[in-house]
Design a protein around this ligand. Structure first.
Ligand code: CA
Length: 229
């Protein structure tokens, strides 16, 4: 089954810009990978095809346009929507003229709200079923679009990390996830987080899930990890 959280790759060399993008996309419930240059971006795309790429035009080394062209020329990545960021509107005109295959263009400085709307618009086109998907397991329901989780009619207040953990579990009930796999899926492979952090967040998730009663649906599998049910 496809992941509930769309995976967005951000390719931007400026750390502050990357952080802003990351923060905002994560708050919208996306899973994020970050690359600071074209080579890193191409490598990441070859390892795991994202659902969408936000691609800066001006990058050290391989330019955004070249990356766009390469991604759009490969059958396995051709359909991944690319939103290009550029510093000036003349560049946008050039991108259009070059027919790189980018799906959308945003001029810097952009409004975060506008960019988020463009991202969602592209994802709605490319994976219509992924947006607004609702998962349920026994008396728990999770709405991927509104980020609302209910258990037995009660609205649960989950932090973003607990939400992502639960979404991961609910995609495949019964599957045992190791701490490393959860780190990859929920925190991202580039982030260094101690595996004990997983236990802390699982603890929080359990607390919220059982806040209004009901059995603990999460199972600790000794020596292996965690599972839902
Ligand atoms: Ca740049």
């Amino acid at each position: 089954m496809r992941q509930v959280q769309p995976h967005v790759l951000i390719v931007e060399d400026e750390p502050s810009q990357r952080a802003v993008l990351s923060y905002n996309l994560e708050s919208e419930g996306f899973r994020i990978s970050e690359a600071e240059d074209g080579d890193a971006a191409l490598l990441m795309v070859s390892e795991e095809v994202p659902d969408l790429i936000v691609l800066d035009w001006m990058l050290p080394g391989v330019t955004g346009i070249e990356i766009c062209r390469r991604i759009k020329s490969r059958p396995e990545t051709r359909d991944v929507p690319i939103i290009m960021l550029s510093a000036r509107s003349e560049e946008v005109d050039r991108v259009r003229g070059l027919e790189t295959g980018a799906d959308d263009y945003v001029v810097k400085p952009y409004s975060v709200t506008e960019l988020m709307a463009r991202v969602k618009g592209q994802l709605r086109r490319s994976r219509p079923a992924g947006v607004g998907e609702t998962l349920s397991y026994e008396d728990i329901t999770l709405d991927a679009e509104t980020h609302r989780v209910h258990r037995d009619g009660h609205l649960l207040k989950l932090g973003p990390t607990e939400f992502r953990l639960l979404a991961t579990f609910m995609e495949k009930p019964g599957r045992v996830w190791s701490r490393e796999q959860l780190l990859d899926r929920v925190w991202g492979r580039d982030v260094y987080v101690d595996t004990r952090t997983v236990d802390v967040h699982i603890g929080r998730l359990r607390k919220v899930l059982c806040a209004h009663g009901g059995d603990d649906p999460l199972r600790t599998v000794r020596g292996a990890g965690y599972a839902l049910g």
